[in-house]
Design a protein around this ligand. Sequence first.
Ligand SMILES: Cc1cc2nc3c(=O)[nH]c(=O)nc-3n(C[C@H](O)[C@H](O)[C@H](O)COP(=O)(O)OP(=O)(O)OC[C@H]3O[C@@H](n4cnc5c(N)ncnc54)[C@H](O)[C@@H]3O)c2cc1C
Ligand code: FES
Length: 299
Amino acid sequence: MSVVIPKPFVPRGGPRELATGPNPYLPAPARIMRAADLVPDVRLFELRFTDSTLADSFTFRPGQFVELSVEGVGEGPFSLPSSPTRRGVFQLGIRRAGKLTDFLFNYLSEGDEVGIRGPLGNGFPVERLEGSDLMLVAGGLGMVPLRGLLQYVVDLRERFGRVMLLYGSRNPDAVLFREELESLARRGDVELHLSVDATQGKPWSGRVGVVTELLDEVVCDVPSTYAVACGPPVFYKFMLEKLVAMGFGRDRIFLSLERRMECGIGKCGHCAVGYTFTCLHGPVFSYWDAMNLPELIYT
Ligand SMILES: Cc1cc2nc3c(=O)[nH]c(=O)nc-3n(C[C@H](O)[C@H](O)[C@H](O)COP(=O)(O)OP(=O)(O)OC[C@H]3O[C@@H](n4cnc5c(N)ncnc54)[C@H](O)[C@@H]3O)c2cc1C
Ligand code: FES
């Protein structure tokens, strides 16, 4: 009996030669042009490569990531929350988590340089999403890669149908890009549905509860909609069950998944689950491709 291996629904990522140079291990210097807190523990860094040719030519696909390094401190993968439609600079939304990110928060500011390798991974299949309605579902820091996709969609608004954003945060002070999202909603570019786990006594007009409850608020034409989700492992369990119960085909649900990574280019094996390398074959997977690899989604 022959075994048929289904073709993946999203492009395989991981160019052998990166935009940042022919040696994929060698970072290119980039200058911090702007650094501003989005919320107390997440900072938005705007960067520009010091080599102006690279700065002007650097492009990527929404959903890809870069490896950011500080010499003598460390290196880590970070999603790109900006859109390739906005050239010259790119952004990273970084949460303070440990050694590298503490250093970034404590010692680096505008004018300082870091190293960048990338872009890495596959990114969202934007060509496939064109012409359809989009339901973006974000939990916590999952808003970072989805903001890159959202910015792309807003810049090319006529190519997409309805855009619904369902976004859950811990509390009102933890909502990333809040002003920007509210302004896009006022302009009619996006239908915004926000939830928080708890208001903690702060003013709040959105829903209080888990982000999956927002799915009950939204009426959409499922066959003409793609769902794109990013959040922590706990967020996926009920959300995926609910999307399938709503009638979404597993090939019409895309997830951006994170594993511990080192090289980011499919060499070290740190991000591997079975034969799948998250850094190379992901971080974006269709649910169809990922459902037989629960370890990829839930840990
Ligand atoms: C594809 C991808 C995209 C990412 N995008 C972002 C992003 O946009 N913004 C952001 O703030 N973070 C993002 N991360 C997580 C980020 O890479 C880590 O938080 C960072 O590398 C931690 O480095 P550190 O030296 O500061 O912390 P460390 O001292 O290494 O660790 C501190 C804590 O963070 C945990 N941690 C470290 N690395 C990871 C990781 N890869 N995933 C989950 N937990 C980790 C450790 O277990 C530990 O508990 C992403 C990770 C991946 C794999
Ligand atoms: S991070 Fe090294 S193989 Fe994926």
